[in-house]
Design a binder for this molecule. Structure first.
Ligand code: ATP
Ligand code: MG
Length: 403
């Protein structure tokens, strides 16, 4: 099969293929970009596979960076852009279900395509816009089917991350997982325990952010693979409730939003440790925990000035979107109105600083001072105290006198 027209991303990269060919080697566009071009989706990275070995690739191009030379990948810097060129390779022996113990460079495209995960990811495209399709990836693309290349059980046994990638592609492509592939996912799911959490997180995160996230989650639940993910063991009902809680067509806006709701539904003993088990960054943990708190506080009551001040409008909006998608009362205008009514959005905006209060009233650091500062802050937020020097000083004076 031939593409009617080579998309511009490939056109732009054609001189790279030509240079490799002129040097006497084969070169093709491969992987996700070919798949996405055929699906009419936006193309991100144009990856190139070549029969040239890394050293040979480096001798063809004046400017290169060794980004993963042990895997055969060289980054080529040319006028039109940066391209990863990876030597055709096989990954023959797998010892830890995680990474190939040995990468062998080969001179055959076919061998390279064979080691790829799914048939729709195992397509290659040459400079004449001709598609090389050794595993009926085109047919699977047409049928919106995700199918492992070759023997599914072997493929997942070699690298269990492919199971998570499969759920992720089901979500991002909105494809159905072919029956034998799905069976093999179920069967090999325990091997996920050998895969680094960081890599699993990346896949689950991409899954959740995909438009077709429901399809991906359904596959994750249906396969039982969640049993081998951190803090999800035995939580099928929780995951189903999470899925069922949101209206069809809803898509998460941010990772934090998705993970906050997922966490609320999973009901881990501690939010912090859940997020730690998932090896997420401190920043991510902080935001997700706040979002989960907002969700729970909103279950208990309306948006208040305190809530708005403490968490900020942006985070409240994210959880209000969730409420809306769950058919709960949601009021974005109310958040806006409260936010606008706040005299301060941060304690640094209080016109009298703590140091000045201490000096003026001969206060010393300690619980009393802390309590007092907090009272000033709350009174300003509630609008019962003006954020003016005289008002604040009078407020403190009175508090001290009543002490
Ligand atoms: P995306 O659009 O998310 O980048 P992609 O298909 O390009 O999707 P990548 O992770 O960028 O996915 O990998 C590029 C290609 O490398 C894949 O299309 C696939 O052919 C191959 N590949 C990547 N990871 C694996 C793996 N774990 N096992 C087998 N093949 C893989
Ligand atoms: Mg890619």
């Amino acid at each position: 099969m031939r593409l009617h027209k080579l998309p511009s991303e490939f056109q732009k990269a054609l001189p790279i293929l030509e240079k490799i060919k002129d040097a006497g080697f084969e070169a093709y566009f491969v992987g996700g970009s070919v798949r996405d071009a055929l699906l009419g989706r936006p193309i991100h990275d144009v990856d190139i596979a070549s029969s040239s070995y890394p050293e040979e690739t480096k001798s063809i191009f004046p400017r290169t960076i060794d980004v993963g030379i042990e895997h055969g990948t060289v980054l080529v810097l040319e006028e039109q852009g940066e391209y990863e060129i990876t030597t055709f390779r096989t990954e023959d022996v797998y010892v830890d279900y995680r990474r190939p113990s040995q990468v062998s460079f080969v001179r055959s495209l076919e061998e390279d395509l064979k080691r790829r995960d799914f048939t729709v990811n195992a397509l290659a495209l040459n400079e004449e816009a001709h598609i090389i399709d050794r595993f009926d990836g085109l047919e699977d693309l047409n049928n919106q089917t995700l199918r492992a290349v070759g023997n599914a059980t072997e493929r997942f046994n070699e690298d269990a991350l492919r199971i998570m990638r499969g759920f992720r592609f089901a979500a991002s492509l909105d494809f159905s997982i072919e029956a034998a592939t799905f069976e093999a996912m179920k069967e090999n799911a325990p091997l996920l325990e050998n895969i680094s959490i960081e890599r699993i997180f990346i896949e689950l995160d991409k899954l959740l952010l995909a438009k077709g996230w429901r399809k991906g989650m359904e596959a994750l639940i249906g396969s039982g693979a969640f049993d081998y993910l951190p803090d999800m063991k035995g939580r099928a009902d929780h995951l189903r409730a999470f899925l069922a809680s949101l209206t069809d067509g809803f898509a998460f806006r941010t990772s934090e939003q998705a993970w906050a709701l997922l966490m609320v539904y999973l009901e881990p003993t501690h939010h912090k440790s859940f997020l730690k088990h998932w090896k997420t960054s401190n920043d991510f943990q902080r935001t997700v925990i706040k979002l989960a708190e907002i969700y729970q506080l909103r279950q208990q009551g309306p948006v208040t000035k305190q809530l708005c001040y403490r968490y900020g409008k942006h985070l409240l909006y994210l959880m209000e979107e969730i409420r809306q998608a769950q058919g709960l009362a949601a009021d974005f205008k109310q958040i806006d109105a409260i936010d606008e009514s706040l005299a301060i959005h941060d304690k640094h905006e209080i016109v009298v600083k703590g140091g000045e209060m201490m000096a003026s009233f001969e206060l010393v650091p300690g619980p009393f001072l802390g309590h007092l500062l907090n009272e000033v802050e709350v009174a300003i937020i509630e609008g019962v105290l003006e954020n003016r020097r005289e008002s604040i000083m009078a407020f403190i004076k009175e508090k001290i006198e009543h002490e």
